[in-house]
Ligand binder design. Sequence first.
Ligand code: CP3
Length: 334
Amino acid sequence: MSNLKKILKNKNSCKSVWFMRQAGRYLPEFKNIRSKNPDFIKLCLNSDLSSEITLQPIKRFNLDSAIIFSDILMIPYALGQKITFLKNDGPKLSKFKPNLFFSNYEKDFTKKLSPVYDAIRITRKKLETEKSLIAFVGAPWTLFIYMYGIRKSKNQVELDKLKIDDKKIEMIFQELIKFICLHIKNQINAGADVVQIFDTWAGLIPTNKIKDYCFKPNAKIVEFCRKEGIPNICFPKGIREKYEDFNKLVKPDGISIDYDIDPIWARDKLKNVVVQGGLSPYFLLKNEEEMFEAATKYIQIFKDIPYVFNLGHGLLPETDPDKVAKLIKFYRNF
Ligand code: CP3
């Protein structure tokens, strides 16, 4: 059993480290492949290259887990929306068409994403058994934000554009949950052993909707994972003190905290769960002293409970890979 799976299943406190967005734009070896592959979705559907990119940070840093190189937007893609990535402006999706969205078949979805599952098969064969291969999905709200094109800029959404009633949103979420669970199951069948559920935009949900848009949909996905015996980690980024209710209601195996969360508060309030992450990725842009000091805080605070060392969000594109290596070494020697 992989190290991360053991921690999540047995809630033991052995050491484990991986980073969100560890395979990506800060690595010269990724940039090299990316420069020859201008279509990002096509790159995600190239099983050999996806597997190679997945393994790049493992080769360089000997991390405990690999996260499959793919994207949360592969689900809207497989459900019929066209995705383009504009330079410095993130992803753009073609207009959401309800008729098209509600007429998808599971068989076609699995076929369309089969290159992702093949990438997992290839990667699992090359990865040492004690290393975890992490599958991932976006949570319904976060996918919905992109599918409806209400993402205004990097950190804002235009909620007033949401001229759609609650009943319709619930139907869309239900349909999304069906395919999210299928995508999880397919990734696990292909050889992934843990799933992380990204709710990157959960922090933008108005408080009176947090149960319907965040807690309940995440709970349904975690329930599915529990039934299937799939170790899971939730990342409801930006919900601040609502992390406590999220944990009580959703009951994931692991919970990834963002950099707004006070780690002492998290240690005291988040019970019966493996805590992951927290350290701001911006500390990797500072000098070593500051970076180590911030890392020490997290390692010290969580030293007596099961904790997975990771960040409070993904590695930034401007990160120096040598800093990443130094941080990992610091954690291992601690
Ligand atoms: O290393 C890994 O973590 C695995 C691969 C991974 C990618 N995206 C590759 C990627 C993962 C886990 C994701 C998840 C993802 N994708 C999220 C949730 C996590 C988070 O960071 O909040 C979200 C919101 C997306 C949607 C998305 N994909 C955006 C907004 C962008 C553009 C800007 C950005 O964040 O990089 C992408 C493109 C993308 N996904 C890139 C990579 C390496 C960059 C592609 C490029 O331009 O070269």
